[in-house]
Design a protein around this ligand. Structure first.
Ligand SMILES: NC(=O)c1ccc[n+]([C@@H]2O[C@H](COP(=O)([O-])OP(=O)(O)OC[C@H]3O[C@@H](n4cnc5c(N)ncnc54)[C@H](O)[C@@H]3O)[C@@H](O)[C@H]2O)c1
Length: 356
């Protein structure tokens, strides 16, 4: 019989989902952000590999390593690949693997399907942001895009926020909306939540207290005036909000300023390069970081999520604050959740032991 050290545990998606039933994902994410804000994590920049397929499709592979210290004590990496045209092949846009390493020997201990974990951790970050930026009761949620991330968010939010009465959804593709509607109908019915299909994003967003764009767009369309006082916009797909939202929101909160500013592809990274935003602790050459008659408009990012978790920075000052949360997505979230999944999988004796 092979010793555990001679093998790598492989967990399929079904097994990851089974183990996740026993995990309070939002609590894990909260702890990870507290550790991140207190210097107990190591998070290098992601490696971004993009290429164009023979059919002219622009695709990408991201490799995101990280180390989570403290009570978690795990290292690993997340590989997540994407082809936005995959849904037309009846395949999910994103697929990937999460790998865990023994922190002493550095050997790979576990490999698991990564896309489910990625969608769960992303929705859990939104749930955490909603908790720590709490304002008026959330009765209406707008979801833009009806894909995998939309579904993960709806499933988590409906279970966590009992006051939700309505989800308003918009997608450019009516088929995607219909497919999602069928998937989530039993859950929505069980929780007494209505799904309203909107004719355009504005119609979805205006009545909502929580707005979740989860599209694949690279050009902004969400206007500031669509957001009601007190609204929280969690910018999952990172490019949907127009720059005016960044300038005018009462608070702009990121998950990790260093990763956000080092990324040249997404809205905030582009605005940083254009000199339009500065980091939470950047020293400003003028005493007034906002626009003046002589200089271009400039806005300071207010906080990182971990600082709000620790209470060193405020999430919300006033009930009427409009808050933009920009979660770039950190692999410490995947790795911390994956370490829980690995522990539970060993307890449940699920997965396949692969010979090294
Ligand atoms: N920030 C994070 O941590 C994080 C993590 C995971 C995924 N994401 C992002 O979330 C997004 C959604 O991922 P997914 O796996 O659900 O993708 P998906 O392909 O399953 O779904 C995306 C949907 O958006 C729709 N869409 C595209 N442009 C639109 C527009 N302008 N208006 C309305 N609908 C539009 C598409 O028709 C599609 O149905 C991606 O951009 C992905 O990169 C972010």
């Amino acid at each position: 019989m092979m010793h555990q050290d001679d093998t790598i545990l492989y967990l399929s998606r079904k097994e990851v989902e089974q183990a996740c039933q026993q995990v309070d994902s939002v609590a894990v994410i909260r702890e990870v952000f507290a550790m991140h804000a207190s210097g107990q994590t190591i998070l290098p920049d992601e490696a971004y590999l993009g290429w164009t397929t023979a059919d002219g499709e622009r695709v990408r592979s991201l490799n995101m390593p990280s180390y989570v210290g403290g009570s978690v004590g795990i290292a690993g990496t997340k590989i997540i690949n994407s082809n936005p045209h995959n849904p037309m092949r009846s395949l999910p846009r994103a697929s990937g693997l999460t790998l865990l390493y023994d922190t002493t020997t550095t050997r790979v201990t576990c490999v698991m399907e990564g896309a489910y974990l990625s969608s769960l951790r992303t929705a859990s970050v939104t749930a955490l942001a909603t908790d720590i930026c709490k304002g008026d009761t959330i009765t209406c949620i707008a979801v833009i895009g009806a894909g995998v991330l939309a579904q993960a968010h709806i499933e988590l939010m409906v279970r966590r926020i009992p006051q939700v009465q309505q989800i308003r959804i918009f997608d450019l593709s009516a088929e995607r909306v219909e497919a999602l509607q069928q998937q989530i109908a039993p859950l929505l019915e069980a929780h007494g939540v209505a799904l309203q299909v909107a004719a355009n994003p504005e119609e979805a967003i205006r009545p909502a207290q929580l707005i979740i764009p989860a599209t694949t767009t690279t050009s902004g369309y969400i206007q500031y005036e669509w957001l009601q006082p007190g609204a929280i916009l969690v910018n999952i797909s990172l490019d949907d909000a127009l720059p005016e939202v960044v300038f005018k929101a009462d608070k702009v909160i990121v998950d990790d300023w260093s990763l956000v500013k080092n990324d040249p592809h997404r809205l905030l990274g582009r605005m940083y390069r254009a000199g339009q935003i500065i980091g939470p602790d950047d020293v400003c050459s003028t005493s007034e970081p906002m626009s003046t008659a002589t200089s271009a408009p400039r806005r300071r990012i207010d906080a990182q999520l971990g600082e709000v978790v620790l209470g060193t920075k405020a999430g919300r000052d006033a009930t009427s604050d409009i808050i933009l949360v920009n979660p770039f997505g950190l692999s410490i979230e995947d790795i911390a959740l994956a370490s829980q999944v690995y522990r539970i999988a060993r307890d449940l004796r699920i997965g396949v032991a692969l010979e090294r």
